[in-house]
Write a protein that binds this ligand. Sequence first.
Ligand SMILES: Nc1ncnc2c1ncn2[C@@H]1O[C@H](COP(=O)(O)OP(=O)(O)OP(=O)(O)O)[C@@H](O)[C@H]1O
Length: 293
Amino acid sequence: MEDGKSVWAPHAADGFQLGTIVDIGADSLTIEPLRGGKTFLAPVNQVFSAEDDVNKHVEDNCSLMYLNEATLLNNVRVRYSKDKIYTFVANILIAVNPYVDLPKLYSADSMKKYLGRSLGTLPPHVYAIADKAYRDMKVLKMSQSIIVSGESGAGKTENTKFVLRYLTSSYGTGQDIDERIVEANPLLEAFGNAKTVRNNNSSRFGKFVEIHFNEKNTVVGGFVSHYLLEKSRICRQSSEERNYHIFYRLCAGASEDIRHKYHLTSPDSFRMDHQRHADGPRGSGDTSTCAAP
Ligand SMILES: Nc1ncnc2c1ncn2[C@@H]1O[C@H](COP(=O)(O)OP(=O)(O)OP(=O)(O)O)[C@@H](O)[C@H]1O
């Protein structure tokens, strides 16, 4: 880092801000913020070199001239502002939750584009990761795992569903089993997902999803193991949160027989529900998702 060169320095609200170094001390640097304001001191280990053009973005963070926490975040931010929610870090994929539907991004045409294509030859996408796992399984003849991690509401559940949809559509037999694997999700989510303050459709259990392939490398089945279900939610929820979706869906859409059999009335009349304090999950459609059995 040199005097007068742009750097990323800590910012209380934004994480990092652009500035220039005006003085170099033993453990700290004096930074002049680029957007104006007073100079300030920042610890040396919290100041990072910035790219020459901070508005330029790259598909793989490894292609940045300087790869550090600040340039990585800035690259992901610039891409997100252009609706590019995926960014590679070599063969790891960073996904930012867009909170809006991007149908073109996940269309059937988009799926076809990623078939058999090496990582990095097309823009970053969860389909590229799914295809890489598939090809590695085929070539190495070994099981492959995709680990999806992130904080609540980050988009793990949605991206896992895109992977399942990609593998079953692209490498399925075109038979009933492909749909059954994907269609198990609404059922699992009904019993294991609930509205929380951070996510209207929060998975309250851990999931290990297996997709099984035969010797011809086509999908022949799947298996979902679940663990650590948050059982306490059944009797108690924090304010602004809800019980599991199934409860409201049954109250809203079950047939007369079932309503009578299980004494179902309005959710408001049950003590183990905080519905009256919480809004329903955005777009979850309690009635439409519980067609009378
Ligand atoms: N790629 C995406 N496109 C559109 N909307 C998305 C996408 N990813 C996530 N979302 C939206 O964000 C919401 C939360 O995402 P999701 O349920 O996948 O988070 P999560 O990481 O699984 O959270 P939790 O750990 O609480 O289960 C989704 O219900 C959906 O509305």
